[in-house]
Design a binder for this molecule. Sequence first.
Ligand code: C2G
Length: 446
Amino acid sequence: MTKVITYGTYDLLHQGHLNLLRRAKELGDYLIVGVTSDSFDRGRGKLNVRNNVLERVEAVKATGYADEVIIEDYLGQKIDDIQKYDVDIFAIGSDWMGKFDYLNEYCKVVYLPRTEGISSTMLRAESQTSYRIGIVGSGRIAHRFVPESKVVNGAEVTAVMNPDKEKAEAFAQMHGLTAYTDYDQFLQNVDLVYVASPHLTHYDYTKRALLADKHVLCEIPFMLSKEEVLELYRLADERNLVLMEASKTAYCPAFGHIVTLVKSGIIGDVVDVKASLSKMVPPPTRELDAEQAGGAMTEHAPLTLLAIIKLLGIDWRDVDFHSRMENGVDIYTKGVMNYPHATASFTLGIGVKTEGNLVISGTKGYIYVPAPWWLTDFFEVRYEDQTKNKKYFYSYDGEGLRYEIQEWLSIIVNERRSCYKLRRRESVAIAEIIGKYRNHENVTEI
Ligand code: C2G
């Protein structure tokens, strides 16, 4: 008996898949089809898959070509499967030509002709509303946003707005967009607004975008006080709009997994969270400019507070800050937060260098996430008995902004108002702590 194996996502199963499965089946007597798991696809950068794994398995079964369906869940599994199932032929579409030659060591590799003119990507695009995204601001993060948005279905950046005409035009030319210097005009020509402008302008640009009935994704620091966040969420609610904080770590798969592992108790009760983030910035730059709300706290607190608040919650009891100041900005701030049964600290530097890691300590063990923990792709769960330690690896694709863009669009399309990965009340708590610091509450200069 000749055994054939083939793999795929089989999202929105179409004629191309049917042809492939038929041809694969014709190569032998018994066909095994490996359907990718949802997390495997996310891990290899396929973020837009519509059908979940059960639906995809059902669709493959319904074709009648598969004698057996298995789930593909990890890199390297093909080699295991071929040996485990005693496979004679590995078949795959010609779009993968050459990519699986390494399997020749285990069985025969056949590249079957791909069906032209149809693909899951095409079908997803056809059935999806496409949104015109406008970017406010043209700085570093805005530059990264454009290529990242290209891998998310339904997102098309079409416009940029900067009151500085030269900057707006240079950015637009570089990315093939329309440049605007007038915000109202810009708002009339986009569906969604990504606010990536200087800190002190976030509130105003976001508010005006909401008043113009646009969904908004706003960069960190989201808002600089609790009151501002509450007001804007209220406004978004009244107008049935999505307002989301662009705290990219919150939406990245590995960070989400840390949170769920901790919540499921693998390190016992969490007693301490220590999060650090330091990036040296050479002057002159807005990060070192007091007039532009520069400083380690406004630059880096949003991500470290995200970790603390996701892990310990919003019911902290008190917070105090210790800052080293230079020319009116904190080049280093250490904050200590107390919870009824836990404590947390964050260490932030823009003119002081320190290790930027995250350590979550519990009654049974701890989780160590090395620097740069905010671009999470690896972490380790450690115990007293080191033989129980476990390392977790993930891919962190591109600049990592694709995860938040994907989430933003999915909330809009599915008519939800907020996202469990970063709840509104958590955004409010983060802004509240930043607001306290800016009001000089419990701040000691060192
Ligand atoms: N296919 C095809 N013609 C199309 C579209 C897809 O022949 N128009 C084939 C692909 O070449 C692949 C199979 O159908 O052999 C499944 O395609 P996808 O669902 O896109 O999955 P893919 O990402 O190619 O899975 O481990 C996963 C596999 O390595 C690849």
